[in-house]
Design a protein around this ligand. Structure first.
Ligand SMILES: [Fe+2]
Length: 308
């Protein structure tokens, strides 16, 4: 669909560079707020399709706090097999495609290579590696056949399980003092609830993990006013930044009644799920520090009333 089509309003597209989404008058009369509220309504209806009492993890904490951690998520034996397999795969690919840190500020487009792709946030490298039956059979079997993981994904994201969304995620921190990493600024990803999920493969140090403002995925009145004001500012024709993943200061976060971000330092074999509409950022870490996880971004179409 063309970015400037009117129907773009009813998609997940969040950039205010799209003609109608970034229309100053429509935002003045509340288009951005309308999209938030309608997406919330449909998220609630879709979630009902996956409601059941049988799950071990009811995800109450996720819906209340916007973030949930589950230590020792995979059985020890399976985790050990997966972990070794992934480490080997990472080393193999590093020989074919050596690790390099970024040297251009801002988000960069993905650079594909055989087996995955690299994408830079400023100096930070995000390497996403494909999961398949030949190179990572234990992990493939786990992702495609584990009912617990499937249940959690469906219940949290409100759409049917899509195992192909999973990747091995190797992140290597750049030097954010010289090449700024925008993910280290407090921000939300989207106007609608959207789920990111990591199964951590190596212990994360305190300063390196996700930072999340607990409960900030919810839209209270102050948040709604802030969203409205942001949408007015960004939709002005002379405003140069048109991204829909709004950045904000710690003061703005506190003014909305949310708490400061909490650092998460999960141990290996912890499941971390977050609704990244909540305010969050990437923790600071030494240049070259690495985080390895199994990762999925579960982002359904926000205006679908039914799961798909
Ligand atoms: Fe983010």
């Amino acid at each position: 669909m063309n970015k400037n089509s009117f129907l773009k309003i009813f998609t997940a597209y969040k950039g205010f560079d799209a003609y109608w989404i970034g229309h100053p008058l429509l935002n003045k009369i509340g288009l951005h707020i309308f999209r938030i509220k309608l997406a919330d309504l449909f998220y609630t209806t879709r979630k009902m399709f996956f409601f059941n009492f049988k799950n071990k993890h009811q995800l109450k904490t996720l819906f209340k706090d916007g973030v949930l951690t589950v230590p020792n998520f995979i059985s020890n034996e399976t985790f050990s097999l997966i972990s070794k397999e992934v480490q080997n795969r990472i080393k193999e690919l590093e020989q074919q495609q050596p690790i390099q840190l970024g040297d251009i500020p801002g988000f960069q487009q993905p650079t594909p290579f055989k087996g995955g792709f690299d994408r830079y946030d400023g100096g930070t490298l995000n390497r996403f590696i494909d999961i398949n039956k030949i190179d990572t059979p234990h992990l493939y079997d786990y992702i495609y056949n584990n009912p617990e993981l499937k249940n959690i994904c469906q219940k949290s994201s409100s759409y049917y399980y899509k195992p192909h969304k999973f990747k091995i995620y190797q992140m290597v921190h750049g030097d954010s003092e010289t090449i700024h990493d925008l993910q280290k600024e407090i921000h939300k990803d989207t106007f609608h609830s959207t789920i990111k999920l990591w199964i951590i493969l190596e212990d994360v140090k305190d300063e390196e993990g996700l930072k999340y403002s607990i409960g900030s995925h919810k839209i209270n009145l102050k948040r709604l006013k802030w969203e409205y004001a942001k949408s007015i500012t960004i939709s002005q024709p002379n405003h140069s930044i048109k991204g829909g993943a709004f950045r904000l200061s710690k003061e703005e976060l506190l003014d909305m009644g949310f708490s400061d971000t909490t650092s998460f330092a999960p141990k290996a074999n912890t499941l971390v799920i977050a609704d990244t509409r909540g305010f969050h950022c990437r923790g600071e870490a030494k240049t070259g520090a690495q985080r390895i996880a199994i990762y999925a971004s579960l982002r359904p179409a926000p205006f679908s009333p039914l799961p798909y």
